[in-house]
Design a protein around this ligand. Sequence first.
Ligand code: MG
Length: 373
Amino acid sequence: MKITDIEVVIVRQDNVKMIGDGSQDTAVVLVHTDEGITGIGEVDSSPEVVKAIVEAPASHDQCRGLKEILIGEDPTNIEYLWYKMYYYSYYYTRRSVGIHAMSGIDIALWDITGKKYGLPVSKLLGGNFRTKIPAYCSVLMPGTKEEIDELVAHHRADCNYHGYKFGWGALGESEEKDVKLVEYCREAVGDSRLMIDIGMRWTDYKYALRVSREYEKQKIYWLEEPFAPDRTEDFGRLADNIEISLASGEEFGTMYEFRDMLDNGKVDIVQPDMSRCGGITMAKKIADMAQLRGKKLIPHAFKTGILMGATLQLIAAIPNADMLEYCAQETVLSKNLVRHHFRLDKDGNVTIPDIPGIGVELNEEILERYRRK
Ligand code: MG
């Protein structure tokens, strides 16, 4: 089997708001082969930049476009192709958006290989630890107690989530408000697991320490991204001084960045996003690195059903995942870009598909309706 073409299809809802919601648009990656199998992936990044990286003509030996590197290759040689992309685009893809673009292609290569051999990706990764996973509800932080109560009541009405994560939104405006909002969240969710995602908005270490100590009283299950991802030293000293588990990693690419955050940032939970970290290939290595250190991997996934499909396959096949981030934003793409969108069962679990590849089928009508030329 050979790769014949790679398409990046940009889809975007009609009105994109400037809020921390990556499910408003996406870059769908389609890898085509001479056997008629098409692999599906997606990238959570700047879609137009991703498209340019995939389609760029070769400049010189270390600056080649990803599509040009892969045409004619056997798509089932996934890890070889990961390193081939990395090497021949080395001047511009060692981190960030180059790795994001590689991630979407990598997911599609796993999808092709699963479809070719009739196996779900979890089996290609070594087999299943689990066939379903408890989901937690991931939402943006509202600004008032009434809005928090309303949001929790709304999501509780149709799903029995295993926990709630409130992130970004109204957090980070003031010390008093950060404390108060989380008190309201605890009141609203009762005994459920409560996670707080600061969205990198704290800049002062002492501020972070004071607010975190207030959060300890609310029994926060984890505190996510109190600081910007490059502030590894501040993560490390906060980890030394509070009881709450720290979580981070959704902006990181490659195992090298995760090694630094695990060893120097001392986080307890790493959160690679499979559409940014280097794909399923890299996420599996990161899971192993976390396992070696006795840490958990709970992937970041705030996009469409494509990323959720890839995420579920990884979660199935690693020992150290115990929850799924369930993007509860109700955008047209998060709910409808794939057919048979993943739903929670009555116990708040999502079943991991036992069908070839990453287990998703594109909704072509939605793809065409929201496609941007
Ligand atoms: Mg986050």
